[in-house]
Design a protein around this ligand. Structure first.
Ligand SMILES: NC(=O)c1ccc[n+]([C@@H]2O[C@H](COP(=O)([O-])OP(=O)(O)OC[C@H]3O[C@@H](n4cnc5c(N)ncnc54)[C@H](OP(=O)(O)O)[C@@H]3O)[C@@H](O)[C@H]2O)c1
Length: 212
């Protein structure tokens, strides 16, 4: 199956669906409300369906849903996700008094690790979670070379993730393989920096970059 499934039609899901479709990929978006999304979608051609059908339609599934409930919701889909690559873009934070990320939900662990433990027959790759959604599909427009990290235990699944990153415009030199899925706890912690960055930069696209 050559299509790419994206779960969630929020800011990240929409940005990725637009960018991947424009790159010529066949995109299936899995949403809780397919009729609503079909009626409101004005972007390039995508298929819209419910979450179960969307997972069935692709070998590669991107999780662009809230990180604090992803483990429970995707564990319930273990059978459908078996044998597939799950590219997890989510971060799980608690909300501070200002409504912005205030702390990590999984201190000493990460969504990526918990997903991999709960889904032993699915290869989880964590990536794209260290930037604003608007930078995910347009990294080349940033003022300096950005970095995109990959965390995961399965090298073939990481190759599939690299292929998707390339389609999104990510240069191979900007991709940094951090190692196993446990390294996702480092990148997920970046979410704590986001409120301050938004305060300084506003919603202009930005991404974490490792200077070398
Ligand atoms: N926003 C960013 O710049 C950014 C950057 C890096 C990582 N992330 C991470 O990427 C994920 C998505 O972020 P986002 O900004 O796109 O969030 P969002 O705008 O709130 O969208 C999340 C989408 O997930 C779906 N969803 C499924 N189950 C849900 C539930 N129980 N409650 C609420 N929504 C549910 C919804 O789509 P349907 O209605 O279609 O089902 C919803 O639109 C999060 O884990 C976030 O931490 C975000």
């Amino acid at each position: 199956m050559n299509s790419i499934t994206i779960l969630g039609s929020g800011r990240v899901g929409t940005a990725l669906a637009n960018a991947l479709s424009l790159a010529g990929r066949q995109v299936v978006v899995g949403t809780r409300e397919p009729d609503r999304l079909r009626a409101s979608w004005s972007g390039p051609a995508i298929e819209v369906t419910d979450v179960r059908d969307a997972i069935d339609r692709s070998d590669v599934v991107i999780n662009a849903t809230p990180g604090d409930t992803s483990v429970e919701r995707l564990t319930a889909r273990a059978e459908e996700l078996s044998g597939k690559t799950l590219i997890d873009v989510s971060n799980a934070t608690t909300r501070g008094d200002d409504g912005m990320p205030g702390g990590l939900v999984y201190e000493g662990s990460s969504v990526g690790e918990l997903l991999q433990a709960a889904l032993p027959h699915t290869a989880v790759v964590k990536t794209l979670n260290t930037m604003l959604f608007s930078a995910m599909g347009s990294p080349g427009t940033l003022g300096s070379a950005p970095t995109v990290f990959l965390s995961g235990d399965d090298s073939e699944a990481k190759d599939r993730a690299r292929d998707i990153l390339s389609a999104l415009g990510w240069d191979e030199r900007w991709m940094m393989d951090l190692g196993g899925i446990q390294t996702a706890r480092g990148t997920e912690a970046f979410a704590l920096l986001v409120p301050s960055l938004l305060g300084t930069l506003g919603f202009a696209p930005f991404a974490l970059s490792i200077a070398r």
